[in-house]
Design a protein around this ligand. Sequence first.
Ligand SMILES: [Fe+2]
Length: 310
Amino acid sequence: MRKRPWKRIIGIAAAAMAAGSFVVWLYIGTTRIVLHEERINLKHLDPADDGLRVAVLSDTHFDAGDAPLAAEIAARINRLKPDLVLLLGDYINGSPDPRGSISMADLTRFAGSLRAGCGVFAITGNHELWYDRGMVIRALAAGGVADLTGRCTVIRTPSGRQLALIGIPDYTTEEQRPCPESPPNMPTLILMHDPNSARFVPPERGFILAGHTHGGQLRLWPNGGDRSSLRLAALRVKDKLGMLSGWQRPYALFDRWFMEFHGRLLFITSGAGGNRMKLRTFCPPEIVLLKLYSADPAAAAQHFNPVQEL
Ligand SMILES: [Fe+2]
């Protein structure tokens, strides 16, 4: 019996609507930058600094046409009125062809438009080295952003207390050096691009902030642990098949947000961009606002997922 034409039309229309909705959902999930607020308890922080606001941004991977996006991100960060802004690397796309990335002049404009009373500090990621690390650092410095890589600096908080910031060289592209010392009994934030660098940080040195994983970028369901990450699943399958070389293997360890690695506490941001494969599912690009506390029951309730060893 022949199918009635109106049934076929309804079927095609329903399929087209479903496909269209899926594309819209993908587009919104990939491009809509969300604000991700968290509280953390920072050891040695004076109660006078409770509520200190730290904006964290990583993995923007600005393309050649992304100057307006960079301006929008800077404006959103400034609206948060952060005391401190920390940039965790991969601002550009590492490529021998600079036309694939934002211009250094626009990167300077972005850096120079960020506002924070205690300063703006940066480290570099693997893409900076693949592009031209020195050039990126100079572009950031021209905008008033200090490079923290491989050193410790002590800043004054609005209450006049001290806070130490340590920058760790990138795990894959830079020579690993001993973790810089910070003054004893001082609250300390440790910046690293790749969370794998956590293994070079003595436990208890400070609270670690990292990026690089893009939060998995493609996830199978919202708010899932590492089981929802297609990136980790793919890496682990490759590991089982013996397809991961030694330096790739550690990449299968770290996921996103609060994690614990042999006594080191980390927060890994999902990042605000997507490199060349831009698609994101259940993992929107994010700007992070961390509020620091000396002892906050809400922050103490944070669950730190243990790193799943292979
Ligand atoms: Fe990245």
